[in-house]
Design a protein around this ligand. Structure first.
Ligand code: FES
Length: 112
């Protein structure tokens, strides 16, 4: 198990997001953090429809109403707290969640 520091919890306000990269099995992998309803969540930044990032490298993950994550390519809609796609071409599938821990105000990505 290894841990990678990815940011400060205090920097992520409600509705805020932060993208990061990490290495998994020797491959660079994109991830994102978000705060929704006070909770911090982290997922691989990879849509379940096609292997594309949800954002267009602009850090925009939330839908206009702020209630869901939205894939900008074909508009798949995901629940922020579970990662479940509730509408769109990959409905019923889920974003890959990433394990995080907050220690002394810093957010750490925990890799198996
Ligand atoms: S790539 Fe995300 S909905 Fe098609």
């Amino acid at each position: 198990m290894s841990k990678v520091k990815i940011g400060r919890a205090a920097d992520l306000e409600e509705g805020g997001t932060l993208t990061f990269q990490f290495t998994r099995n020797g491959k660079p992998t994109d991830g994102f953090l978000a705060r929704f309803h006070g909770e911090l969540v982290a997922y691989e930044n990879r849509c379940r429809h096609l292997p594309l990032k949800l954002d267009y490298d602009d850090g925009r993950f939330f839908s206009r109403d702020g209630n869901h994550f939205l894939c900008q390519t074909h508009n798949a809609i995901y629940e922020p707290l579970t990662g479940l796609c509730v509408q769109g071409p990959c409905e019923g599938e889920s974003l890959k969640s990433l394990k995080i821990e907050v220690i002394k105000g810093y957010i750490w990505l925990v890799l198996d």
